[in-house]
Design a protein. Structure first.
Ligand code: HEC
Ligand code: HEC
Ligand code: HEC
Ligand code: HEC
Length: 120
């Protein structure tokens, strides 16, 4: 279909004007972007505007702490299993695996001598 130039300009103009109404974007690590994890999978709501992400959201797909501890049990130290007597509170998954920012390893806050890196 051939549109008059003026109409085409109007259509393009309105498409641009309506862009902010679309779902907001946030960068995700490559693997999550590739498999298409949705905002709702982690934030439990449409159009999230805050960082609140419960551990449970990650565990639905990845398994809980015991499962993750077993998965990386070959690592010393095991990032998913700090000795329970010295670490009564588990560290929340997204505290290390931040999703829209590079990951950090919270263990290093205290154990500056450990050599550990987290995958993006
Ligand atoms: C794989 C899980 C995951 C997915 C999917 C995800 N988020 Fe997040 N989001 C997080 C985590 C974890 C944080 C807190 C740490 C951080 O900022 O990276 C966060 C923080 C945020 C924040 C507050 C910090 C900021 O960047 O402004 C906003 C807003 C947000 N997410 C929006 C979104 C939107 C919109 C989508 C979908 C396009 C989305 N998120 C998808 C995990 C996720
Ligand atoms: C809807 C399911 C789903 C949710 C929710 C989810 N993930 Fe994932 N995640 C995946 C899949 C699928 C992969 C890719 C696995 C692969 O390619 O080996 C992945 C990959 C990862 C990787 C990279 C593993 C690697 O080998 O590099 C990490 C780390 C990770 N997820 C952590 C998290 C954390 C932390 C959260 C919560 C903030 C989360 N995921 C939420 C499904 C999910
Ligand atoms: C203290 C920081 C920290 C916390 C908290 C943490 N992780 Fe990790 N995670 C790591 C590190 C470091 C690695 C890299 C392990 C390696 O070198 O293979 C990793 C690896 C992973 C991987 C990739 C495993 C692989 O090799 O395929 C997944 C998936 C993952 N974590 C999910 C989770 C989930 C789910 C939680 C919460 C139950 C969690 N992590 C909590 C630091 C953390
Ligand atoms: C808030 C500070 C803090 C954080 C964060 C922390 N630890 Fe610890 N950790 C300690 C303290 C304190 C001890 C006891 C030191 C001692 O007994 O000499 C300890 C002891 C340990 C030990 C046994 C002693 C050693 O040095 O080999 C291991 C292993 C360990 N932590 C692993 C971890 C891992 C893995 C993480 C991240 C998942 C982590 N810690 C996060 C404070 C912390």
């Amino acid at each position: 279909m051939k549109l008059p130039k003026i109409l085409l300009t109007l259509l393009l103009g309105s498409a641009l004007a309506s862009a902010p109404a679309e779902e907001p974007k946030r960068p995700l690590p490559a693997k999550h972007a590739k498999v298409g994890v949705l905002c709702h999978d982690c934030h439990r709501k449409e159009n999230p505007s805050k960082a609140a992400v419960a551990d449970d959201s990650c565990m639905v797909c990845h398994g809980d702490y015991p499962a993750m501890a077993a998965y990386t049990k070959h690592l010393k130290p095991n990032p998913h299993s700090p000795p329970a007597d010295k670490h009564p509170e588990p560290i929340s998954c997204p505290d290390c695996h931040r999703q829209h920012k590079p990951p950090v390893v919270k263990c290093l806050d205290c154990h500056t001598d450990f050599k550990m890196t987290a995958p993006k």
